[in-house]
Design a protein around this ligand. Structure first.
Ligand code: GLU
Ligand code: MG
Length: 443
């Protein structure tokens, strides 16, 4: 079967006229780690696996080798193998005769690298499948376009949805075309609520395909901006006084037998939400602080989660409530889903999907009851528990959540916590610009 898939992939590559193929591995941070392979070598690497440094997933945000991940010295810096997922092969429209394919990582045939983000999502999707569900996700990204040299916005003002600003640089037209040529089904595009901040949305998809699309989208925007002489950033809060960049994760469970939306339809006695979406949302909220290091994976992400910014600040849900962490959309209708608004644009889209699904499934498994919430914007409700205020607090909650850890797999948990703890130690050891500005001259 796998061999047939590779034969089909080779046909597709021939039809595209590909002379080079990128073998892409999503790393812990959602960034593509890539080797470029000339077409003559592709089939043999696809069949036997492409050797690739085995510790990629154990590198931190600055590519430091984190020994405690267990993926470096402990295994003598051994290789893993990349094997292409043939269904993900696509042309790279901005490069001549070049294609890309997203890969899975394995130590040997039938020995997946369980800590690799694509494997983590697959593991949670398998858990959903065992319960009779597929999962549909939509990742909704915000990002800034900046000047490469100054790292400042390209234009000022916050006139959101403004027709001129939506397409302010000619590059934005090219970007939308190129994304679509790369297989991203763009559905909306607009300038956001900050100087040269944008939001470009694409359609949802089922299972791995959704995260593959989000991964391709993000990496394509970074690369295309760079080629056009701009800097695109998904950093959560690039400046203290400008809006954060979120990645709202939209999720619904589908009945595997017929593909229908299991969140659609009312509950008993005319209740607007059915018991499944209620227990899923209750699970999401019960495990929210524990999933925060995954959906907000850097210290910077926590600057974003403040009241009156349209980012959530407490553990909350609400029908259509734009200030809630779990915003329930289209209640009772065919498109009914949960929009989880706490995730940062920096989050790895495989891991944010895995974490949201895992937390929701735990709620379904345990038949958790969703507590009533007062009407009105959740952010004004001081009775609600605040979200974890720092990465450190969030990591502590994650480490203490045994059912969530089991759902995501201990191999992943070991690597993830080792890398995040090491990043935090480096962060804490750094003298900041704020300290220099505040103390140096006057004190
Ligand atoms: N930028 C906001 C955030 O950080 C979201 C704005 C919106 O509602 O689209 O989540
Ligand atoms: Mg937005």
């Amino acid at each position: 079967m796998a061999a047939d898939g590779i034969a089909q992939m080779m046909h597709a590559l021939k039809d595209m006229g590909a002379r080079y193929v990128r073998f892409e591995l999503p790393d812990l941070h959602g960034i593509a780690r890539v080797k470029v392979i000339p077409i003559a070598k592709v089939e043999s690497y696809a069949r036997k696996g492409l050797n690739f440094y085995g510790g990629i997933v154990g590198l931190d945000t600055a590519s430091n080798v984190i020994g405690e991940s267990g993926l470096h010295g402990d295994i003598s810096y051994a290789d893993q193998q990349l094997v292409p997922d043939p269904g993900t092969v696509r042309a790279v429209p901005w490069l001549p005769n070049t294609a890309k394919v997203i890969c899975d990582a394995r130590w040997a045939p039938d020995q997946p690298v369980h800590a690799s983000p694509r494997s983590v999502l697959r593991r949670v999707l398998d858990r959903a499948a065992a319960m009779g569900f597929d999962a549909m996700f939509g990742h909704e990204f915000e990002y800034y376009m900046l000047d490469v040299a100054t790292k400042q916005p390209l234009f000022g003002g916050v006139h959101i949805f403004n027709a001129t600003r939506n397409q302010y640089m000619p590059f934005m037209d090219t970007l939308l075309d190129t994304l679509q040529d790369a297989g991203i089904d763009v559905i909306t595009h607009n300038v956001e609520y900050a100087p040269s901040q944008f939001e470009t949305n694409f359609g949802p998809a089922i299972g791995l395909e959704a995260a593959d699309k989000a991964f391709t989208f993000k990496n394509a925007i970074k690369e295309l901006a760079h080629r056009a002489g701009y800097l695109a950033t998904f950093m959560s809060k690039p400046a203290t006084d400008m809006a954060g960049s979120g990645c709202h994760v939209h999720v619904s469970l589908l009945n595997a037998r017929d593909g229908s939306n299991a969140f659609a339809g009312a509950g008993p006695n005319g209740a607007p939400m059915n018991p499944l979406i209620r227990s899923f949302t209750a699970g999401l909220l019960a495990h929210m602080k524990a999933i925060q290091p995954i959906i907000g994976p850097t210290p910077n992400c926590y600057h974003r989660l403040k009241p009156h910014t349209f980012a959530p600040s407490n553990v909350s849900w609400g029908v259509e409530d734009r200030t809630a962490t779990a915003r329930i959309k289209d209640v009772g209708h065919a498109n009914c889903h949960v929009e989880m608004r706490a995730a940062s644009a920096m989050a790895n889209p495989y891991l944010s999907a895995a974490a949201v699904l895992a937390a929701g499934l735990l709620g379904v498994e345990q038949k958790l009851e969703l507590k009533d919430q007062a009407p009105g914007p959740s952010e004004e409700n001081l009775a609600l528990e605040p979200l974890a205020p720092t990465l450190e607090d969030a990591l502590t909650a994650f480490e203490a959540d045994a059912p969530l850890r089991a759902m995501l797999g201990e191999d992943f948990v070991k690597v993830f916590t080792a890398v995040k703890r090491a990043e935090l130690a480096r962060f804490r050891a750094t003298v900041t610009e704020w300290e220099r500005n505040e103390y140096l001259e006057v004190h």
